[in-house]
Write a protein that binds this ligand. Structure first.
Ligand code: ZN
Length: 510
């Protein structure tokens, strides 16, 4: 029982949510209304409770009860690299941060990074995370370590293995022209682990053998990005998604380079990756397109008609110098928007409050006219919008009877909420995550008094310190390697930035 809290209701008064009690039974919200606790104190029957008794009551007086946030775009693979990089262009960051540039990691490191990333999410009120995970080199044991870590920490996870079958050097403009042949190998790492593996069969087998193994883990498909996947691979994923009703997550038009390569290499589709996706059968309500920064207006229209979602990552897009997504256009064309916090080394925080504030604020440079997204729109995207990207809108994202008990309890006596003028606006524009006290997932308290209950955080910190001795050496080696390639990579970037692709997602002198 959570009693006497202000319960955020998307359809109610978002500025001053009504005070109510929440009864949680078997991991689900059983009732949300005022007076349940009072009735119980008077020994009056509570219909939903029947003859059962409440085993724990949380007093939420002067607190806000929020639906848990859905982190719609995230990767657990670089959690230990937070704070390692300045704001470098996306393609340079990819080479510096992602697993294909690093030797195989230990199982201990894989487990530690999944736990740490999930703890950071939970501590800021994220109860569902979509992990688009790269396992390099691919190893089923590592996959199982990850899934077990998610189960142990207690967060809800929509898991997708990131896959591709087109070498990286073919998916970045000018790299095969300017980078010397003997150094191009490092650009193709992402597809190497799958060289001798039939990807569609692998994905089907992993799903079939593990789909019901972990109660809070559901599955999705993760083609890395359309330009890094062949027609055959995308067609087979579309079939599999349709037959098993599985969400599909992919990256698209994150940077100008990712958009220019589409113009150059997908002329058959008029230079549009949306047309390419449509041709493979993937453009459907199952599909979520992460980033979508350099999407054109006609393409946005197509997404709206297809019911395809976008997962915007405004903080990561700024940190990787990728530009600003056309937020207002997505809203105008009724494209469902989820929000993500992206990688730990390109955003670098798993903090939905930062994402919501950026989402609501960056609309200012899309259009000076006041209008959406409002603060309540940002909260909607961080909850219901995200749930829709996972096909879980009937389960998470709102606090209603029958929904999963996934929520956070936020201290309204924190200076962020004093005086309390508008819950929605103060959650989005003022709160930093500092006020998140309690987090419940699936009816279980996983954060209590700001501390994780499922994992020994001190032991994890000590283990991470030990693991970093090895990882730091590898980071130094990768940074040194990339420094040698930098003149070529910057030349490729400058050619990209100078190209006219009929769109601009930067402001200023460009
Ligand atoms: Zn991503």
């Amino acid at each position: 029982m959570i009693k006497n809290g202000r319960v955020y209701d998307h359809g109610g008064d978002v500025n001053m949510p009504a005070i109510a009690d929440i009864l949680i039974l078997d991991g689900k919200v059983a009732a949300v209304r005022a007076g349940i606790a009072a009735a119980m104190a008077r020994n009056e029957p509570v219909a939903e409770l029947g003859s059962r008794r409440v085993d724990e009551t949380i007093d939420a007086t002067d607190k806000l009860v929020m639906p848990g946030f859905v982190n719609s775009h995230y990767h657990s693979h670089d959690v230990l690299l937070k704070g390692v990089f300045e704001t470098i262009p996306l393609e340079l960051w990819v080479l510096s941060a992602l697993p294909p540039s690093y030797p195989k990691r230990s199982k201990a490191e894989i487990r530690a990074r999944v736990l740490l990333g999930a703890i950071e999410c939970l501590r800021s009120g994220i109860t569902t995370v979509q992990d688009l995970a790269t396992i390099y080199p691919f190893d089923e044991e590592h996959l199982d370590v990850m899934l077990q870590a998610y189960e142990d920490v207690g967060i809800r996870c929509v898991f997708a293995l990131q896959i591709a079958d087109v070498p990286g050097v073919k998916s970045i403009p000018f790299w095969d022209e300017v980078v010397p042949a003997d150094q191009r190998g490092v650009l193709s790492g992402a597809v190497e682990p799958f060289k001798d593996i039939d990807l569609p069969s692998l994905v089907r087998d992993l799903y079939r053998t593990r789909k019901n193994r972990h109660p809070r883990i559901t599955w999705a498909l993760g083609p890395s990005s359309p330009e890094r996947c062949s027609v055959g691979l995308l067609e087979s994923l579309a079939d599999f998604s349709n037959s098993e009703n599985l969400p599909v997550y992919t990256h698209i038009y994150e940077s100008k380079a990712m958009t220019l390569i589409a113009r150059q290499s997908h002329q058959k589709d008029g230079g549009s990756l949306i047309t390419y996706l449509q041709r493979t059968g993937l453009l459907s309500p199952h599909l979520t397109l992460a980033h979508s920064v350099w999407m054109s207006e006609p393409e946005i229209e197509t997404l709206g008609n297809a019911g395809t979602h976008v997962a915007l990552n405004p903080v990561g897009n700024l940190k990787t110098r990728s530009g600003v997504a056309p937020i207002r256009s997505y809203m105008n064309k009724h494209v469902n928007v989820g929000l993500g916090c992206d990688n730990c080394s390109c955003s670098d925080a798993q903090n939905m409050f930062q994402s919501m504030k950026m989402f609501a604020s960056l609309a200012a440079i899309c259009d000076p006219e006041p209008g959406p997204p409002t603060a309540a729109d940002a909260i909607w995207s961080a909850t219901v919008g995200g749930a829709r990207t996972a096909g879980m809108q009937d389960k998470v994202g709102a606090l209603k009877p029958g929904m999963a008990a996934d929520l956070s309890i936020i201290d309204l006596t924190d200076p962020s909420f004093v005086p309390l003028n508008s819950v929605a606006r103060q959650v989005v524009f003022t709160e930093s995550g500092r006020g998140v006290e309690t987090v419940i997932v699936d009816g279980r308290i996983v954060v209590r008094d700001r501390k994780i209950t499922t994992i020994d955080e001190r032991a994890l910190r000590e283990e991470v310190a030990e693991l970093m001795k090895e990882l730091r050496k590898d980071i130094d080696a990768v940074v040194a390697r990339n420094a040698r390639m930098m003149p070529y990579l910057m030349e490729a970037h400058r050619r990209t930035w100078a190209a006219d692709i009929g769109l601009n997602r930067y402001v200023g002198n460009h």
